[in-house]
Design a protein around this ligand. Structure first.
Ligand SMILES: [Zn+2]
Length: 152
């Protein structure tokens, strides 16, 4: 159990889980404004949200990597650089929705994906494929480069 008691830990955990704020609000059954207030550091983070996020993390295939990233990466710096409103999607098989995939890089921004469950193959140029590939090869880590570029 990792104590998610600051806004930057909250944001980091959400990005490692690859969830949008709207999705998280729906999942927790709270208004989106509540999530936004916690992430903009205008209210404290009640312990129940820390428990809920830990519960979500514990169901992830790569939960060990997520915890390692939360312990080691520069979360504060990540939060300064990331656009909190950026849309995030999670890579999954387009046929069976499995997250057990093998991703290979074909060339810059083109990834070849094989589902280990149903053997479907796909190509993708999305951030989610790039992130999966990076985490598959380097272990889970946080960097704003793994997500949509901040709009200037
Ligand atoms: Zn599949």
């Amino acid at each position: 159990m990792y104590d998610i008691n600051t806004h930057y830990k909250f944001i980091a955990a959400r990005f490692l889980l690859e969830f949008n704020t709207a999705y998280l609000a729906k999942l927790f059954g709270v208004p989106l404004s509540k999530i936004n207030r916690m992430e903009s550091n205008t209210c404290n983070i009640p312990a129940v949200y820390s428990y809920a996020l830990n519960n979500l993390i514990s169901h992830e295939e790569n939960y060990k990597g997520i915890y390692k990233s939360l312990e080691n990466d520069d979360l504060e710096n990540f939060c300064k650089k990331i656009n909190k409103a950026s849309k995030i999607s999670r890579l999954s098989c387009s046929k069976c929705h499995s997250r057990k995939l093998h991703v290979m890089k074909m060339k810059e921004n083109i990834y070849f994906i094989e589902c280990m469950k149903c053997k479907k193959t796909m190509y993708s140029n999305k951030d989610s494929a790039m992130r999966y590939y990076s985490w598959q090869n380097k272990g889970v880590y946080l960097s704003h480069y793994l997500y949509s570029k901040k709009e200037i």
